[in-house]
Design a binder for this molecule. Sequence first.
Ligand code: A2R
Length: 322
Amino acid sequence: MKALIIGAAGFVGGYLIRELSSAGWEVHATCLPNEEIKEECHIHRLDIMKKDEISQILGETVPDIVYHLAAQSSVSVSWKRPQLTAEINVVGTINVLEALREAEKKDTRVLLIGSGEEYGYIREGACPLSESEPLNPGNIYAATKACQGMLGEIYARAYKMDIIMVRAFNHSGPRQSEIFVISDFCRQIAEIEKGIREPVISVGNLSAKRDFTDVRDVVRAYRLLGEKGKSGTVYNIGRGKAVNIQFILDTALSFAKCSIEVKQDPDRMRASDIPLIEPDVSRILADTGWRAEISMEQTIEDTLNFWREKLMAYGLSLGNSN
Ligand code: A2R
């Protein structure tokens, strides 16, 4: 199998390169001119706002599967830069789909990576959320991803293209940005252990329940959907078992090497936090046999160890430069 991963320099891209390479696939991956891909694969430079560049890379690589990960993926940036978010996530996706349509390779499979955020303000009692649940996005990022999914369905139907739409719920693991909760808690603990932060961990709403999957399980789902998913179908990807943020905090603290006080920070509380978000993942299980395998404890411990090593390396490099 030959894959082209568009937007592979981000958090998920590196894991997907490794997952596909270790399954024996030939992997081509793109990043923006100013980005870097560290994993071993064929690297191409691409800005998805330039459709001709997409066409050129498709012509050079002739992939069996295209994974479209390129996005403006931050909810907070989407409020500050709505036009940019819509350009990259909507117009950029149209560029990818148009380049594929024009290439007239109808057997090229495309996975459009969307988000559980698309469900947005869910009605009471709607969980577990099945793929047929109406979308009610609550922020600009989510609206652009819902639009991406709708475009995928339209192109699949109108042009008989082989397109799969994915709604990935929260995923986490080593190397994730600290704007996400597991990484945030683990970074704070690693800093406290290193003595560069007072022994107080700052937290937000601990009662909200969310569904977390290890990024290594998520990319395995992407591979399996590439191999076995049904064309024109939307798939939720998640554990299917939400936990409250308190559980994440307690688990992270259980791995800490020193005692830490917990402090609720009003700035971290969101006015409209939805109490429970949990997907129904029976469709992906039925079609591919995939289910999450890595425990949350493992994800949290690995993420904490990542931050410990990163701070250690940072300390060493500071030491070297002095
Ligand atoms: O924004 P940057 O500089 O971090 O670059 C991101 C890149 N990207 C683009 N690539 C090509 N052409 C563009 N015009 C363009 N604009 C942004 O896409 C970044 O390297 C990559 C997306 O990676 P992350 O932001 O780290 O997302 P992650 O966590 O890997 O998620 C993958 C997909 C995204 O579509 C998410 O919205 C979805 O999964 O949940």
